[in-house]
Design a protein around this ligand. Structure first.
Ligand SMILES: [Zn+2]
Ligand SMILES: [Zn+2]
Length: 226
């Protein structure tokens, strides 16, 4: 399959600009960012929503962090900071696009075999990587991406929660926003205190930056006991 000028012109009109923005965010352009941008553009089109968006109508849940997520973020206009982009880390290049108003949702996943397909679309590319980089920009949507209409298993209310809502963990005293607390035996706990901690404290004493610096200067911190 030879890429023609026609194929190149089949580009989404915004693709080049979005790839530029994604590359700026990511410090370089790579094939997975291109995939991410294509996924974001398709997600918007499936829902009939213009992208990139500056409002909160579109919620995107990406299934891995990394390159593709940057592409999806740039194309959709969604971001972690604006609470319109969530990472549910399944280690998969996939994303679900949710129209918060109609609650319609589509999950978009790159098709199996697109790495091989990339070679066919760019037979003269210098490397597999370059073939993917070029081809992912021009392979038509239906050959590049597969689409599943879905419905969320968690309600939008649970994902978005109430603005301004906050409570304090009864154990550590830290503030919890967005209804992420856990009630255990009638006590309000943060997820960490409820046992879902992803870190281990090195020291029982409360850490202060000055003490930390002193310790670092005198001796390296001990490994936590297991
Ligand atoms: Zn990358
Ligand atoms: Zn706590």
């Amino acid at each position: 399959m030879k890429v023609t000028e026609g194929d190149r012109n089949n580009h989404h009109p915004d693709l080049d600009e979005l790839l530029k923005r994604s590359a700026a965010l990511h410090s370089h352009l790579c094939p997975r960012q291109v995939l991410g941008v294509r996924m974001g553009l398709l997600g918007g089109r499936l829902l009939g929503l213009d992208v990139p968006r500056s409002d909160k109508r579109l919620l995107v849940i990406v299934e891995t962090d990394g390159c593709a997520a940057d592409g999806v973020a740039v194309a959709s206009g969604c971001s972690v900071g604006r609470r319109t982009l969530r990472v549910v880390d399944f280690g998969k290049v996939a994303a679900t696009f949710v129209d918060v108003k109609t609650r319609r949702a589509f999950r978009v996943v790159p098709r199996q075999g697109i790495r091989e397909l990339a070679r066919q679309y760019a037979p003269d590319a210098r490397s597999r990587w370059h073939a993917q980089l070029e081809s992912y920009q021009i392979i038509p949507d239906d050959e590049l991406l597969s689409v599943q209409p879905v419905t969320l298993c968690v309600t939008l209310e649970e994902i978005l929660s109430k603005p301004g809502y906050r409570v304090t963990c009864e154990m550590c005293g830290e503030e919890i926003i967005n209804e992420r607390e856990v009630i255990q035996d009638g006590h309000v706990l943060c997820k960490a205190c409820a046992g879902e901690r992803y870190y281990c404290l090195l020291d029982e004493e409360e850490f202060s930056p000055e003490a930390g610096n002193r310790r670092a200067a005198s001796s390296p911190p001990e490994k936590p006991a297991r």
